[in-house]
Design a protein around this ligand. Structure first.
Ligand SMILES: [Zn+2]
Ligand SMILES: [Zn+2]
Length: 336
């Protein structure tokens, strides 16, 4: 079968590799669409730990080709979305309900072969059966939507809150939609790229800020002198992260959602955090949010079509990786 493989750090290419063998409790899935995540180029460039050589791709959906022994409830032809994060269930974190922090976490497309291939072996525990009415290129968004749901849950947004988002890439575009569903009175979006700001406006941002033209914090403070209730960084840019702290109001929450460079540091004044009762928190992975993400996609409440901007055949996977992150795209789907 055809697959995209990271051979070693910095080297990505198309390979012909044997189709995975069906195993007990596994589904052989014919991949229909697999999204490029910001983590994939990080893996390629050695900035995120992974097992190489690797077929990456952890945001995907497809059609069941064959069903392993010991599985009930799935049949060839079923459409499935995949939760790539396989937890052990027996470590202390798992047993305390923090499965996403599992010590023995193994992820499809990070540690074992993932979705940038014609076929993938998916443990049945990771497969979600979905209605055929949901386009598979939209179902492949389930994992990023589930991660964003986790972030929005942790942010504690309540109806009437003003929410500020730095970064209008795919995650920013999803969090914007979820914040509005949560009842935010206004969502303000900061992004240097005009096309991304326009997309954010189309998705319901109250207004957008070009940080190249005006100071984002000043622009927000002009409108809201006390700051805003919840600030998300979805940019992974340390300069933007510093600004999140300057824009949050007393009693507010800063969500560090974007993935910054692992050596980037942030200086925080503990007196200010205490005196203003500021919450600064991280959000990692998608614990128990996949089913909710899929319901939002199936119901159409979440506009997947606005997030999936490109669909590229697997044979052109290298071009898809080059395109990814550009101004013209949000989520790029690779389609075997
Ligand atoms: Zn991802
Ligand atoms: Zn565990």
């Amino acid at each position: 079968m055809l697959a995209l493989q990271i051979h070693e750090v910095g080297s990505l290419g198309l390979v012909n590799t044997p189709k995975p063998e069906l195993r007990p409790h596994g589904l052989l899935v014919r991949v229909a669409a697999s999204g490029i995540c910001g983590t994939d180029p990080h893996i390629l460039h050695g900035l995120y730990p992974a097992n190489l050589p690797l077929i990456p791709g952890h945001e995907y959906a497809g059609v069941v080709e064959a069903v392993g022994d010991g599985i009930d409830g799935f049949a060839p032809g079923d459409h499935v979305a995949v939760d790539p994060n396989i937890v052990c269930g027996v470590c202390d974190f798992c047993r305390r309900g923090k499965v996403h922090l599992c010590k023995n976490l193994v992820a499809l497309g990070v540690n074992i072969p993932g979705g940038f291939a014609e076929f993938c072996l998916v443990p049945v525990s990771q497969a979600y059966k979905i209605p055929k009415s949901l386009p598979l290129a939209h179902a492949a968004l389930a994992e990023p939507v589930a991660c964003c749901l986790r972030g929005v849950d942790l942010s504690g947004i309540v109806s009437g809150d003003v929410v500020l988002i730095f970064g209008a890439g795919p995650m920013g575009a999803i969090i914007l939609q979820l914040a509005r569903m949560q009842g935010a009175s206004h969502v303000i979006v900061v992004d240097p790229q005009e096309r991304r700001r326009k997309r954010a406006s189309a998705l319901g941002a109250s207004w957008t800020i070009d940080p190249g033209k005006q100071d984002a914090v000043q622009a927000v403070r002009d409108q809201y002198p006390d700051g805003v209730n919840v600030v998300f960084d979805c940019s992974g840019n340390i300069a933007a992260v510093r600004q999140t702290l300057q824009a949050v109001m007393r009693g507010g929450t800063v969500m560090l959602y974007g993935v910054c460079h692992k050596d980037a540091n942030l200086e925080v004044n503990p007196f200010w955090v205490n005196d203003n009762e500021i919450t600064i928190r991280g959000s990692y992975n998608n614990p128990n949010t996949m089913a909710r993400a899929l319901d939002l996609l199936v119901s159409g409440r979440l506009d997947a079509g606005a997030v999936v901007t490109h669909r590229i055949p697997l044979e052109k996977g290298l071009e898809a990786f080059q395109l990814n992150g550009g101004e013209e795209c949000l989520k790029v789907m690779v389609e075997p």
